[in-house]
Design a protein around this ligand. Structure first.
Ligand code: FES
Length: 236
């Protein structure tokens, strides 16, 4: 974990109440790791996964879900952001035929993962699931590095249905999923793989035990031992 003061480079609105926040000054991080940003006026920091980090520019994709993320959206260029960085453990890159499965804002960390595979000369398959066409974001960005299939609950874009069912017939040797708990739980049908969990976090660095979950080897903290776990390890 590092304590760093980042600088806002810009903010761009995407679909579905998601915005892209670009920051400078962050240390190197792996796909699956996250940062915790302090938001003025709020006691708890906001955990946000790393969507990209290239040439010193950290990209976070933030879903506006409450007062904290709304306040963060008011960030202006040049403003300082107090951040804990390099938190948690990232995805492994052991697959030679990876399948990325994202749901909603859970697609965010998979973007950096796609780029990491691409840097190894591997083009992953990706299934990105959204509620509807209006909520779909970052499709062109993903398409640069992956073969993308889109799934929407209402069928307004791509395949009608959820991301896991759309992923079932896609050949892969390992899957990497991030999204709502119900989706991650269902993702086991895809075989061997890793899932990135979300949790309510107090400290974000292993001190409060507030994010503990049950695993096959006992309790684990999402912020410290995770947020990425082997899918078969997690007890739901
Ligand atoms: S949030 Fe405190 S231990 Fe994970």
């Amino acid at each position: 974990m590092k304590h760093e003061i980042l600088k806002v480079l810009g903010l761009r609105a995407l679909n579905g109440g998601v915005y892209e926040l670009s920051l400078s000054g962050a240390s190197k991080m792996r796909a699956g790791q996250f940062v915790e940003l302090a938001v003025p006026g709020f006691f708890l920091r906001r955990p946000i996964s790393v969507a990209d980090l290239e040439d010193g520019v950290l990209t976070l994709l933030v879903k506006e879900v409450g007062e904290g993320t709304k306040k963060l959206r008011e960030s202006v260029k040049g403003e300082s952001v107090d951040a804990l960085t390099c938190l948690g453990n990232g995805f492994d890159l052991s697959s030679s035929s990876p399948l990325l499965v994202g749901g909603g804002i859970g697609c965010a960390p998979l973007f950096k993962l796609a780029k990491e595979f691409a840097a190894k000369g591997i083009r992953p398959r990706a299934v990105l699931g959204f509620r509807n066409a209006e909520e779909a974001y970052y499709l062109d960005e993903f398409a640069r590095y992956c073969d993308v299939t889109v799934a929407t609950d209402d069928g307004s874009l791509g395949i009608k249905g959820n991301a896991v069912s759309a992923a079932r017939d896609i050949p892969h040797d390992r899957f990497y999923a991030c999204g709502p708990a119900v989706m991650l739980r269902a993702a086991r049908v895809l075989g061997e793989g890793q899932i990135s969990l979300e949790a309510r976090m107090g400290c974000g660095f292993g001190a409060c035990m507030g994010c503990s979950i049950k695993t096959t080897s006992g309790y684990a903290r999402v912020c410290k031992e995770g947020p990425v776990f082997e899918a078969a390890e997690v007890i739901w």
